[in-house]
Design a protein around this ligand. Structure first.
Ligand code: NAD
Length: 260
């Protein structure tokens, strides 16, 4: 097993991509903290994993709230004595044309994606550095860490920002054996995307089918959605990589939507 005995904190792991990463890590022997705004769903997911024979803990946490992040990470360390892997995954989507983008929505987007990444990183690296056993931080960016789309000013800004944080953490973490990398998925059919399809259809005045074919998947090589399993496979690769040789990188998993 690739993650035997490791402790992983995964934010937003009660649903979608985070939930699949949690399962994938658990199957490889990691102990999993499912940190989510939705405590009930986090506890349910953790209970399901325990029934399957894994070690899992549900932790209620708004990643944009400093006190809640500090308390949540402390609870994980109290339970298992340290943290080896952080997957900063929690995220939402709010779309508007910029001329009517409510400032409150802009701030909420930046708070969840950027403050959330900062606060969870800070809380976890303190333990990773003190424990002296290194660690791996994985940011869930997006093709929108590389590329822009209309209506998504806040999301694209935040996801580009995560690339900067990844690179800084690669440099700051190196001497402690802490690596930082980013995964940039294309569109994945999760509740986050299912919500966007009708919203974008309304905003752009086209059908939901056209949003999928002509907007979301238009630039892919094969018209296919990326899957949660695709993203989890890459998250496992990053988490299990044994040295600083692989740090400060972004890996795009998008059916060729964006190529570097
Ligand atoms: P999802 O809606 O299925 O899951 C997101 C989870 O995050 C939910 O369980 C939600 O409760 C939690 N969450 C939301 N706000 C939170 C907060 N403030 N604190 C803690 N938890 C919070 O979404 P998903 O599609 O699995 O998205 C996960 C990540 O992947 C996001 O960062 C998203 O931007 C990114 N991403 C998604 C896609 C996609 O197409 N689905 C593509 C690229 C990147």
């Amino acid at each position: 097993m690739k993650l035997e005995g490791k402790v992983a904190v995964i934010t937003g792991a009660a649903s979608g991509i985070g939930k699949e990463i949690a399962l994938t890590y658990a199957r490889e022997g990691a102990r999993i903290a499912i940190a989510d705004l939705n405590l009930e769903a986090a506890e349910l997911a953790a209970a399901g994993m325990r029934v399957a024979g894994h070690e899992a803990l549900g932790v209620g946490m708004d990643v944009a709230n400093e006190a809640q992040v500090e308390a949540g990470i402390e609870a994980v360390v109290a339970q298992w004595g340290g943290i080896d892997i952080l997957v900063s995954n929690a995220g939402i989507q709010i779309v508007h044309p910029i001329e009517v983008f409510p400032f409150a929505d802009w701030r909420k987007m930046l708070a969840i994606h950027l403050d959330g990444a900062f606060l969870t990183t800070r809380a976890c690296v303190r333990h990773m550095y003190a424990g002296g056993r290194g660690g791996s931080i994985i940011y869930i960016g997006s093709v929108h860490s590389k590329e822009a789309s209309v209506l998504k000013s806040a999301y694209v800004t935040a996801k580009h920002g995560l690339e900067g944080l990844t690179r800084v953490m690669a440099k700051e973490g190196a001497k402690h054996g802490v690596r930082a990398n980013l995964i940039a998925p294309g569109f994945v059919r999760t509740p986050l995307v299912d919500k966007q399809i009708p919203e974008q259809a309304r905003e752009l005045g086209i059908s939901e089918d056209e949003i999928i074919k002509n907007v979301m998947l238009k630039e892919t090589v094969d018209g296919e959605f990326t899957t949660v399993q695709d993203v989890a496979r890459v998250a496992l690769f990053f988490a299990a990589f044994p040295s600083n040789a692989l740090t400060g990188q972004s890996l795009i998993v998008s059916h060729g939507w964006f190529m570097e």
